[in-house]
Design a protein around this ligand. Structure first.
Ligand code: ADP
Ligand code: MG
Length: 718
């Protein structure tokens, strides 16, 4: 008997069959412990009772047969062609199998090997044959572990074959069982979950195929439950152990600000502001993710959030991922403040700002990036002055890049921070900001225009509260999306000319170049030159990531001012560019972009009253590329696209980049196992509510620590 936590400390090399070379191969592939090995579950199963006898194979249908290799040969009839032929017999056979240009089959299938072949049956010269069937090697030596009715097929790992894996797992189970259950019995009962010990036995060596699903559901539950319990503890600590601010509900500035807007807030904005208000009034620091499509009105919500803090005498910060974006935020926020009559008096001029209503000192704000320093009250302010005003509290609000605010700035009393992630995330930012407010933890609102499927906001970002603005301000028009092949690009340019003729502007997004930003810039430059002759009468501009940020900004302001008709761009424009007069976007080789990127890009048009058109120029060469184009044509709903993206790419690539327990999901497939995820989350959070330190669940606690490892070490330091 061994608990999973303990199995996570025993090396796979301790298992007989895995000493030495094979064990090392497994370790290299990340299967380091016996627990890892037990979680390497079969890739598929073959049900012997449904295997067809070779004598009776129905021609034309897909079947699985099991037999022993009785002969194997290889021929090279001409250059570039290798034919491997094997004869397989199950006692009723024989059956011939052929593979073309899969020379390795000869080595894979020595005479005597027992294999399962899956494929389509044909008749060749009167005899049954399979062309290029899938092969599962059951065993090289036709011995034990294949007496059961269901044959598990574990995927091979490095040089360790499926048969060998099967035997190793068998040995590991012999050594480990019974595996005790750490999940409270009432939870298992509530969700009809089988015992853990049986689940491990059934997933690897099921007696009946219909046991597999339940075994899998149990193990998936365990995996997600561990994660959710960890997230629940993390969240609880954020709430109960941090020194947050209970902001005042007076919020004088908030009411004035909202009343001063030239439009009514949407229902979604009102709801979200209320969620934020409740967080800010509480003593714990807010950790809230604000999701909303581009143009859904997040900025207004962010400003109201900041003003609630500022009303109570705290400072606010806005952090943007790029300098260009920080500049845009500064402009947008100052415009909103002016609109609401909250711009401060212009100090160096010694007179009131044009827009100031004179009621109160106004909100003093600065932009701080590595290339720019601006304020909304002093015509000339040096970097040093701005820094000291942040430190002594003269400034109410600072807008800057993530990096700058985190590394260079000391606030006198930072009470609320808005982090604009656009579509990048980093937990680290949340953590380091903590020390910025002196002895308090500021309230944090993280904004993103990337719709995050619920599967991810419950796992990857599972310690955040989530608010969604799921409604666009009235009057926004839908973007029409077209798909044209490369040879039809003339039609795309015709749309551009027509729109520019009507006074509008266009983006042309250049093909994605993976190799380097330099090469990408070069190819954008080449495309820019080519398009100048396509549009001889139009003003064509160019922007790419290799330009100095000052030059980028001047291109963008020329485009905003209407001095550029057609802006040739790389994906630098995917983030935060807001030019309502731009109504057309042509995306070249659109199939090569990720779906969320395409969605972000498309969000750049249709922002004004004139509607928008997005032309995808693409000749997809992969099924994924095709699926992405189809999804873009099918919907403009960011959530649906995000789920589709997850489906196309698979969760591995989505999680791969983040350090989080989620990166390690071995069994769960968040799309398929969504219901189990919901159950695991509810139970995990409820358990931590009842027993915050898991004092009554030592085994579970040990298991979380052992299996989630360093990623949750924060759980155990207090
Ligand atoms: P986001 O930051 O989510 O991309 P913005 O806050 O920039 O969106 O809003 C996009 C545009 O919609 C802005 O021009 C803004 O003034 C306008 N807007 C925001 N909220 C409303 C509303 N409730 N009614 C009408 N227009 C709005
Ligand atoms: Mg608070």
């Amino acid at each position: 008997m061994a608990e999973l936590a303990r199995l996570a400390t025993i090396s796979v090399e301790e298992i007989s069959g895995l000493k030495g070379r094979r064990g090392a191969a497994l370790k290299k592939a990340g299967i380091e412990t016996v627990a890892d090995l037990l979680m390497h579950v079969p890739r598929r199963y073959i049900d012997r009772s449904r295997v067809e006898p070779m004598a009776l194979l129905p021609v034309g249908s897909e079947v699985t047969v099991i037999g022993k290799v009785t002969a194997v040969s290889v021929r090279r009839p001409r250059r570039g062609l290798v034919i491997v032929e094997a004869t397989v017999d199950d006692g009723t056979g024989p059956l011939k199998a052929v593979w073309f240009n899969q020379g390795f089959r000869e080595r894979q299938l020595p005479v005597g090997t027992e294999i399962a072949l899956s494929g389509k049956v044909e008749r060749f010269r009167g005899r049954p044959q399979m062309k290029s069937p899938d092969v599962d090697v059951l065993s090289a030596d036709a011995e034990t572990l294949r007496t059961g009715r269901v044959v598990p097929i574990h995927s091979s790992v490095g040089e360790v074959t499926p048969g060998w894996m099967r035997r190793a797992v068998h040995n590991a189970l012999l050594r480990s069982r019974p595996i005790p259950d750490p999940v409270p019995a009432e939870i298992l009962e509530r969700h009809g979950l089988m015992a853990r010990d049986g689940a491990f036995a059934d997933i690897h060596f099921p007696e009946e195929v219909d046991r597999i699903d339940e075994a899998r559901r149990r193990l998936v539950f365990d995996e997600l439950f561990r994660l959710e319990v960890a997230l629940a503890i993390q969240k609880r600590r954020q709430m109960h152990e941090a020194k947050g601010v209970a902001h005042s509900d007076d919020g004088g500035l908030v009411g004035r600000f909202v009343a001063g807007l030239p439009y009514e807030l949407t229902g979604a904005q009102v709801r979200v502001l209320e969620e934020i208000r409740a967080d800010m009034l509480a003593v714990y620091p807010m950790h809230r993710l604000l999701q909303g499509e581009v143009g859904s009105g997040k900025t207004v919500v962010a400003v109201a959030t900041l003003l609630r803090g500022i009303s109570g005498g705290f400072q606010g910060a806005v952090m943007a991922p790029t300098e260009v974006l920080a500049g845009q935020h500064f402009l947008a926020v100052s415009a909103l403040l002016e609109m609401a009559g909250m711009a401060p008096a212009a100090e160096s001029l010694g007179m009131d700002s044009l827009f100031s209503t004179g009621s109160g000192p106004g909100v003093r704000m600065a932009l701080l990036t590595s290339s720019q320093v601006l304020t909304n009250f002093a015509a000339e302010a040096s970097r040093d002055e701005v820094m000291s005003w942040i430190g002594d509290g003269k400034l109410d609000l600072v807008v800057g890049t993530h990096a700058l605010i985190q590394e260079g700035v000391h606030f006198s009393r930072l009470g609320v921070a808005v982090v604009d992630e656009q579509h990048r995330f980093g937990v680290s930012q949340r953590v380091t900001l903590k020390e910025k407010g002196g002895d308090i933890d500021p309230d944090l609102l993280i904004m993103t225009a990337t719709p995050i499927p619920r599967t991810l906001s419950m796992t990857l970002y599972g310690d955040l509260d989530v608010s969604v603005i799921d409604e666009l301000p009235p009057g926004r028009t839908l973007v029409e999306t077209l798909w044209l092949g490369r040879t039809e690009e003339g039609e795309a340019w015709a749309v551009v000319k027509e729109q520019v003729g009507a006074g509008r502007q266009a983006f042309v997004v250049c093909p994605l170049v993976e190799e380097s930003a330099k090469i990408e810039a070069a190819s954008a430059t080449a495309e820019y030159e080519r398009l100048q002759s396509v549009f001889p009468d139009l003003e064509v501009g160019l922007i790419h990531g290799q330009l100095h940020s000052r030059d980028k900004e001047s291109v963008m302001s020329a485009f905003r001012a209407g001095a550029i008709d057609v802006l040739v761009a790389t994906t630098v424009i995917e983030v935060g560019i807001d030019v309502p007069n731009a109504t057309v976007m042509v995306i070249e080789d659109a199939d090569r972009f990720g779906l969320s990127q395409l969605h972000q890009l498309r969000g750049r048009v249709g922002r004004g009253e004139h509607g928008g058109t997005c032309v995808l120029l693409a000749e997809p060469t992969t099924p994924e590329g095709e699926a992405r184009i189809a999804a873009m044509l099918a919907t403009t709903d960011g959530f649906r696209l995000a789920e589709e993206d997850l489906r196309i790419r698979g969760q591995g690539t989505v999680f791969g980049t983040r350090q989080s327990g989620v990166a390690d999901l071995k069994l769960a497939d968040l799309l398929r196992d969504f219901e189990t995820l919901v159950d695991a989350r509810r139970e995990g959070f409820a358990l931590v509510d009842r027993d915050p330190e898991l004092a009554g669940q030592p085994q579970l606690r040990a298991e979380i620590r052992a299996l989630l490892g360093d990623e949750v070490e924060w759980l155990f330091v207090s």
